[in-house]
Design a protein around this ligand. Structure first.
Ligand SMILES: Nc1ncnc2c1ncn2[C@@H]1O[C@H](COP(=O)(O)OP(=O)(O)OP(=O)(O)O)[C@@H](O)[C@H]1O
Ligand SMILES: [Mg+2]
Length: 386
């Protein structure tokens, strides 16, 4: 009886151990298959939960992850920061390890965080902004963005006239249309031509009025709707900078799309900007548009060159001055915020006509009041870098 009991016990144990073994094999198999299915993208997706210290954006969207692999229960991630801030690096490493260890089947985690050496005598990299050390673009001396917190205030009009104005003042100028959804530079510069291709497979930017241009408008067929997702926009803009043969430029102006949301922030982060011009209409200045523009540039460590007020007033044919949108809001806001005021541009029919005709007023009538208004702002921008 005892023997039978032992035998039964043995069989029971065997069955228990068999079922445990089977369960283990099943679970282990699941884990192995989960692990073997863990792709680089899966790892990056998981790491989107890690925010850059002090920012609401995650480390993946900042493009910090250089390598991500998984094999046999081990995940290995390599990232490159652009800041020498050791605190930020340590925090990112800890957060990444925590997130990766929580993934199913992951037993070992290796997170390598590389950083540039701190410059001797450099101030401690306080915020350590991830874009702080963006690569300069060889041949381009300065990149200046034209932005506003609002649509339709005349950013593109300002961009084309500033570009042509700086050209008029003798500078070598390029203009990059970052408005992927509604590119208006081809129309306003009077050119719609596919870029050529150089021997080293770079796009040769079409030139109009002496300014080198790149716009999504050159690459799309008319009226073709574009559905873009964030990373695609970022990659396209990056290529507009790096895969375009800009040659030697004193200024590359960047016409940003309307608003100061995530897309604009990403663009400012993608393009290594040397300064920003904020465009406002007089009444918008008091509505916080300027402050939004400033906050955006400050967030990405871009020096604000100043505010330009557009549509300041209108002069009727009999000489009467009408301040349709009020007047002076831009200057007042600039004084209040202690940033430079670059100048004002009145409403002139020829400005709108010039835009529609593809010949900016600075080109067609540089000596007339409208052209002069833009030239004054171009001079102020040029002055900032001399
Ligand atoms: N000072 C001005 N006088 C007359 N018309 C102007 C002036 N500034 C801009 N416009 C006209 O106003 C319209 C909007 O200008 P523009 O396209 O430059 O604005 P935007 O801020 O770039 O717009 P979006 O936010 O859509 O990119 C255009 O038709 C332009 O010709
Ligand atoms: Mg525009």
């Amino acid at each position: 009886m005892l023997d039978v009991g032992c035998w039964l016990l043995d069989v029971g144990c065997f069955l228990v151990s068999l079922s445990t073994e089977l369960a283990f094999t099943r679970v282990a198999g699941n884990l192995v298959s989960l692990m073997s299915n863990l792709s680089s993208d899966d790892i990056k997706n998981a790491l989107k939960a890690v925010k850059y210290p002090g920012y609401s954006r995650d480390i993946v969207s900042f493009g910090l992850i250089k390598e991500a692999n998984a094999a046999n229960g081990a995940v290995s991630v390599s990232m490159l920061l652009t800041t020498a801030n050791a605190e930020a690096a340590a925090q990112i490493k800890t957060d990444c390890e925590r997130v990766l260890k929580a993934l199913p089947g992951v037993q070992h985690v290796h997170v390598e965080v590389k950083q540039p050496a701190a410059a001797p005598g450099a101030a401690p990299a306080g915020g350590g902004a991830p874009w702080a050390n963006q690569n300069r673009v060889p041949g381009i001396k300065r990149i200046v963005a034209v932005a506003s917190g609002k649509g339709g205030v005349g950013k593109s009009t300002m961009s084309v006239n500033l570009a042509c104005g700086l050209r008029h003042l003798g500078a070598r100028v390029g203009l990059l249309d970052c408005d992927i959804y509604g590119p208006s530079i081809p129309l306003m510069m009077g050119i719609n031509q596919r870029p050529g291709l150089s021997d080293d497979e770079k796009m040769i930017p079409p030139t109009s009025h002496g300014v080198k241009l790149m716009s999504m408008g050159f690459l799309l067929n008319d009226d073709q709707p574009v559905i873009w997702r964030g990373p695609m926009i970022q990659r396209t803009i990056q290529q507009f900078i790096t895969v375009v043969d800009w040659g030697e430029l004193d200024f590359l102006l960047v016409d940003l799309p309307p608003g100061t949301g995530d897309a604009q922030l990403t663009l400012c982060q993608t393009v290594p900007l040397d300064g920003g011009v904020i465009v406002t209409t007089p009444q918008e200045a008091s509505l916080g548009v300027v402050r939004k523009g400033i906050a955006m540039f400050e967030k990405v460590n871009v020096p604000i060159l100043g505010i330009a007020e557009n549509m300041s007033y209108y002069t009727t044919p009999n000489g009467e001055r009408v301040e349709i949108f009020g007047h002076g809001g831009g200057r007042k806001e600039a004084e209040r915020l202690k940033i430079p005021f670059l100048g004002e541009v009145p409403i002139f029919t020829e400005i709108r006509e010039g835009g529609d005709r593809g010949v900016p007023v600075v080109v067609s009538a540089p000596d007339k009041p409208a052209g002069q208004a833009f030239l004054k702002i171009a001079e102020a921008v040029k002055q900032k870098f001399s």
